[in-house]
Design a protein around this ligand. Structure first.
Ligand SMILES: [Zn+2]
Length: 222
């Protein structure tokens, strides 16, 4: 997945569309794949008002993502992994990411995973004496796109009859073996307006299937 993401960053560069954000965005998508690995049945948010119709989101920010781009705030507890888990993911992935980027630049600098309190070691043994950099990694994704799945329009029984349900926390009883999408809000600066897209990235097979999103996102980016 790292190779394919960096291919894409290179492709954007060769097309003349390069931006410093491409590299950062590639890393965010990589970390997102790790986050999606632990997506669970509980903690989804039902939204009756998305442009895709009624959907459920698995958000990583404390808000309904689709309503947020319309300036409406519907609170929902984010599904952000615990900071210790984030740290372990980002440290491991950042080392691999930087390693691959350096290989592509034909750099002689080698990267090694450190042990506490050092997270990563950079070594350039072409200098005399060798140059060593010991570093601590403080990395978290800037933004993790929510997962999304189509839903029936939920209803509730009230005194006046059956009504459409508002936003609410809901379980996703179809998590396994169902194609999940990533939700992508896009801002058009010229028109000063948001649009929303969703892309299928694959499905999680079972509780232990924590690598499903790496496979799915790799296929999507290709
Ligand atoms: Zn909403």
């Amino acid at each position: 997945m790292i190779r394919i993401l960096l291919d894409e960053v290179d492709r954007l560069k060769s097309d003349g569309n390069s931006s410093a954000y491409d590299f950062a965005a590639a890393f965010d998508i990589l970390v997102a794949a790790a986050y999606y690995g632990s997506a669970a049945h509980m903690g989804w948010l039902y939204c009756p008002a998305s442009p895709f119709g009624s959907v459920i989101f698995y958000p990583y920010t404390n808000v309904c993502p689709s309503c947020a781009v319309k300036n409406q705030f519907n609170f929902h507890q984010a599904n952000k992994p615990q900071s210790g888990v984030i740290g372990a993911h980002t440290a491991r992935l950042l080392i691999l990411f930087v390693q691959e980027a350096l290989i592509r630049k034909k750099s002689t600098i080698k990267v090694f995973k450190g042990s506490e309190p050092v997270d990563v070691i950079f070594l350039d043994d072409t200098t005399e004496p060798a140059t060593v950099l010991l570093a601590e990694i403080k990395a978290a994704p800037l933004f993790t796109l929510p997962l999304m799945l189509d839903s029936q329009t939920l209803t509730l029984e009230t005194e006046i009859g059956v009504e459409d349900a508002p936003h609410r926390e809901t379980d996703n009883a179809r998590l396994f073996d169902t194609d999940l999408k990533i939700y992508l809000p896009l801002f058009n600066a010229l028109k000063n307006e948001w649009s929303e897209k969703a892309y299928i990235i694959g499905s999680k097979n079972n509780r232990h299937d924590t690598y499903w999103a790496y496979k799915g996102l790799t296929k999507s980016v290709k």
